[in-house]
Design a protein around this ligand. Structure first.
Ligand code: 13P
Length: 340
């Protein structure tokens, strides 16, 4: 393990003005996205769509790294160039989702999930590294309305085992313990559950000898569930998220790259910008958005070759707005001025 190299990659992933594009949707999830825009979920359409983003050099200027799904990391662009090369040519770092999804966690509360993918991981990691991946992602899923100590512990332990293996193979682990945002829980429940999950996660990372200087944390923001009776202001979300992370995340961690988790594009941007405007924390704070970066370009593209420029323009707009948010410089006027 080369901690200095890991730290350099982690710093590059969270550098000011840039963030991470989460383009690692599984084939099943891409099926839902493609269905929404009336496009067949074929390997070639998935390749065409992702090639559109990775070739948008002006948009990629705001993208420090791209999380890929296994299928994508092995795919070539229409002109035969590996998609990973399109990413590195645009000055961005390729990464790879290495978890294999979730299954029921027997022995915990009914409905609790555990993330799978540890078996064989030490054989897959060197292959991904050889192909160009310099970071990885593993997502643990916690439902704040259905939670037990056994569930939190098992998920934190799996995250730590994954992170340790990644570092051994000189790959920066994105550690993603996601507390879901789609229930009816209030914001204070999200706060309490996120605090619990983060404290357990950092305890397990320590036990597994994970070097914090060589990770990136990908948490949820502290928001009320989507179905909660009372929603929160941008400022309340920003203040509570900073407070929670300050109580849980050691200063040795280079950066925090949030998931969007189903927030609207603009709200995910507004929350990030407000946090960076408030400041006062020891880490870089940026985005690692999937839906909040891709919803607009997906719609603009809609599977048609003649819409590629429009798709890239929509992607540029969201990437640029989030780049501003990573420096606390976004506002609604810029949002409208620059709209594609
Ligand atoms: P969302 O931003 O759509 O939540 O996706 C980010 C991600 O990678 C979730 O694992």
């Amino acid at each position: 393990m080369n901690l200095e190299a890991l730290n350099k990659v982690a710093d590059a992933m969270v550098q000011p003005g840039k963030g991470i594009l989460a383009a690692d949707e599984s084939t099943g999830t891409m099926g839902k996205r493609m269905e929404a825009i009336g496009v067949e979920n074929s390997a070639d359409n998935r390749r065409a769509y992702r090639e559109m983003m990775f070739s948008a050099k002006d948009a990629m200027a705001y993208v420090s790294g791209v999380i890929l799904y296994d299928e994508t990391i092995w795919q070539d662009a229409a002109d035969g160039t590996p998609l990973v090369k399109k990413i590195t040519d645009a000055g961005s770092i390729p990464g790879i989702k290495v978890d294999e999804g979730t299954r029921a966690l027997h022995g915990a509360k009914p409905g609790e999930l555990i993330t799978t993918g540890l078996d064989g991981l030490s054989k897959r990691l060197p292959k991904y590294h050889e192909r160009g991946a310099r970071f990885a992602k593993w997502r643990a899923v916690i439902d704040p309305t259905n939670i037990s100590h056994a569930g939190v512990l098992a998920n934190a332990h799996a995250l730590a085992r994954y992170a340790n293996l990644c570092q051994e193979f000189d790959i920066v682990p994105i550690v993603e313990p996601e507390v879901l945002m789609d229930g009816d829980n209030d914001i204070d429940t999200t706060y309490a559950v996120t605090e619990w999950v983060l404290k357990e996660t950092f305890q397990q990372l320590y036990f597994m000898n994970v070097k914090l200087e060589g990770i990136v944390l990908k948490p949820n923001m502290i928001v009320p569930g989507k179905k909660a009776a009372k929603q929160a202001s941008v400022d309340e979300v920003a203040q509570k998220t900073i407070k929670c992370l300050m109580a849980c995340v050691p200063a040795a961690v280079p950066g925090i790259a949030y998931l969007s988790g189903g927030q609207s594009d603009e709200l995910a941007t507004a929350h990030l910008s407000r946090m960076n405007e408030i400041g006062g924390f020891p880490w870089q704070m940026t985005f690692s958005y999937g839906r909040a970066l891709q919803a607009a370009p997906q719609k603009a593209w809609s599977g048609k070759a003649e819409n590629i420029a429009a798709g890239q323009a929509a992607f540029l707009h969201r990437a640029r707005m989030n780049g501003l948010a990573s420096q606390g410089k976004w506002n609604e006027i810029l949002e409208r001025q620059h709209a594609a």
